[in-house]
Design a binder for this molecule. Structure first.
Ligand SMILES: Cc1cc2nc3c(=O)[nH]c(=O)nc-3n(C[C@H](O)[C@H](O)[C@H](O)COP(=O)(O)O)c2cc1C
Length: 170
């Protein structure tokens, strides 16, 4: 599988089987985000792996969807607002960008393992902060459910703007 094939294979999986994620696959995914690039190599992030039923129920309170409950594991990605690089010219903080790169590494690594994943940002951050107390500088950015995809013929459909709408050669 080349890189474009990997990108095409990744899709937002919203249904998972009961099969747990192997330790080897989880380790592969952890290493994928560990090596993600970040502005000034600040690595302004932290990742909680929610595997226990207790932790998963807490996550489900923040994003109450039936499909989410089918996943065997969630990763919660936090940015560290103290460690993130801030561009001096306009004061733009780059923590969200850094975490987004790490999260996409997770999704592509999961795809490479034959697993499904989904970005989730439409969660209630206050519930995550209450249920998983962290130092005040940590803000939840994304939740990523990961799991095996049912063999039910679901295919990754890519609805995307055409290149000529989004690319301009100058
Ligand atoms: C930053 C971001 C936030 C997202 N948040 C959610 C979400 O809260 N819930 C959800 O079901 N999908 C969410 N998605 C998934 C998108 O809906 C999905 O990536 C998009 O429709 C393209 O489909 P594909 O991922 O299958 O290619 C999010 C994706 C991104 C990149």
């Amino acid at each position: 599988m080349n890189f474009i094939e990997l990108c095409l294979k990744r899709f937002s999986a919203r249904n998972y089987t009961d099969e747990p994620i192997s330790d080897a696959d989880l380790q592969y995914i952890l290493e994928s985000f560990q090596v993600a690039p970040s502005a000034v190599n600040r690595q302004p992030w932290k990742f909680l792996i929610a595997k226990s039923e207790e932790a998963k129920e807490k996550v489900q309170r923040a994003y109450d969807r039936d499909w989410l409950k089918t996943a065997p594991l969630y990763i919660i990605a936090f940015k560290n607002t103290n460690e993130q690089w801030v561009r001096k010219y306009d004061g733009k903080p780059h923590g969200d960008i850094d975490v987004a790169i790490a999260v996409e590494h997770i999704c592509l690594a999961a795809t490479d393992c034959g697993l499904g994943s989904c970005w989730v940002c439409n969660f209630n951050p206050d519930i995550i902060k209450t249920e998983f107390p962290q130092p005040v500088e940590y803000e939840p950015v994304a939740i990523i459910p990961i799991g095996h995809i049912p063999n039910d013929g679901t295919v990754a459909v890519k609805t995307r703007k055409s290149l000529d709408r989004i690319v301009e050669m100058v």
